[in-house]
Write a protein that binds this ligand. Structure first.
Ligand code: RIB
Ligand code: CA
Length: 322
């Protein structure tokens, strides 16, 4: 049975890889892609999402532009990490005849109102999700599950000593979502995503899996990202955060964790920090499942199997190359 999902994102290099995984997975029925500002302004991100749809031959899926600025803060993008164009500055031409629509927030609300068992996988700042909750919280009574790539528990921040980018860009939206989402929030944070590293060895492995178009696109868009990781963190390869949220949604065995009360700091020197009440000081309802352990090899094998060859035996046989 296919599971119906809306993917909210800010493409973004790792968002693009996550969209590829979702679009190539027969388990998912992607009803639509909504884009907010984050890695890049929303309009640029929406064009990148359409580029990924084109690469995956899924231009039938609608792309909606949502919120272009955070709820309160000034927008701070991550174009130093993802390139000015959001996909590694490869100067890709716009896809002929396919335009993003406006009304991303309304699409989320209307889809939840009109369809049963829809889940949302959020890979970006939570601006669109917060705005949709503010617009019509009752619509979320129908939501199936909510998974967010964002936050950090015991892992250090990636845009301040204590904050993860998605929740730091729009901490007011993140805190609003954690206080108002009617279902348990599955938090795929840096504690687990930092272990999902696309290395030169894995890229070389991908080059031999018989799908040149997908390989070339992944190679092209990750070049800029790999250069950034070498400069910023001295690692060879790149952390691909967002695909883990998709992989986890399809296979819960990939990650494990515990339920806690979570809120997000909205101001001050720790702005954007994910506050996880590990010892239940506040005695508040545990609103989030915080994932802290991950099977990184299983994640990368799923990524390659779904995108390239759909042959688990071959991937397993070549697993030693991971
Ligand atoms: O902190 C990593 C997250 O912020 C990822 O979703 C990345 O794409 C950026 O949006
Ligand atoms: Ca993202």
């Amino acid at each position: 049975m296919k599971r119906k999902v809306i993917i909210d994102c800010d493409p973004g290099i790792d968002d693009s890889l996550a969209l590829m995984l979702a679009l190539k997975s027969e388990e998912l029925d992607v009803l639509g892609i909504t884009v907010c500002s984050g890695n890049v302004p929303a309009k640029i991100g929406a064009k990148n999402a359409i580029k990924v749809l084109d690469i995956c031959d899924r231009k039938d899926i609608p792309v909606y532009i949502g919120e272009e600025v955070p709820l309160v803060r000034e927008l701070i993008t991550a174009q130093d990490t993802h390139g000015d164009d959001g996909v590694g500055d490869n100067n890709y031409p716009d896809i002929e005849g396919v335009e993003p629509k406006n009304g991303g927030v309304e699409f989320i609300v209307n889809t939840l109102k009109n369809e049963k068992d829809v889940s949302i996988i959020a890979l970006a700042p939570l601006t669109n999700i917060a705005k949709a909750l503010k617009l019509d919280k009752d619509a979320f009574a129908n939501i199936d599950e909510f998974v967010t790539m964002g936050g950090n528990f015991k892992s250090n921040g990636n845009c301040s000593p204590v904050a993860e980018f998605n929740y730091w860009v729009d901490p007011h939206a993140a805190d609003y979502v954690y206080k108002n989402m009617p279902v348990k929030i599955h938090m795929i944070g840096l504690d687990v995503t930092r272990k999902i590293v696309l290395t030169p060895n894995i890229l070389e492995f991908m080059s031999r899996l018989g799908n040149e178009k997908m390989y070339n696109f992944i190679k092209e868009i990750t070049r800029f990202y790999i250069d950034f990781h070498w400069k910023q963190e001295g690692i060879i390869g790149c952390v691909i955060n967002d695909p883990l949220a998709i992989a986890y949604f399809m296979d819960r065995s990939i990650c494990s964790g515990k339920e806690y009360f979570v809120e997000i700091e909205e101001e001050g020197k720790a702005i954007g920090m994910t506050i996880v009440d590990e010892f239940d000081f506040y005695k508040k309802e545990k609103n989030a499942l915080v994932l802290t352990e991950v099977d990184a090899e299983k994640t990368m094998k799923m990524f390659m199997n779904k995108i390239f060859i759909n042959n688990e035996e071959l991937i397993e046989a070549m697993g030693g190359n991971l």
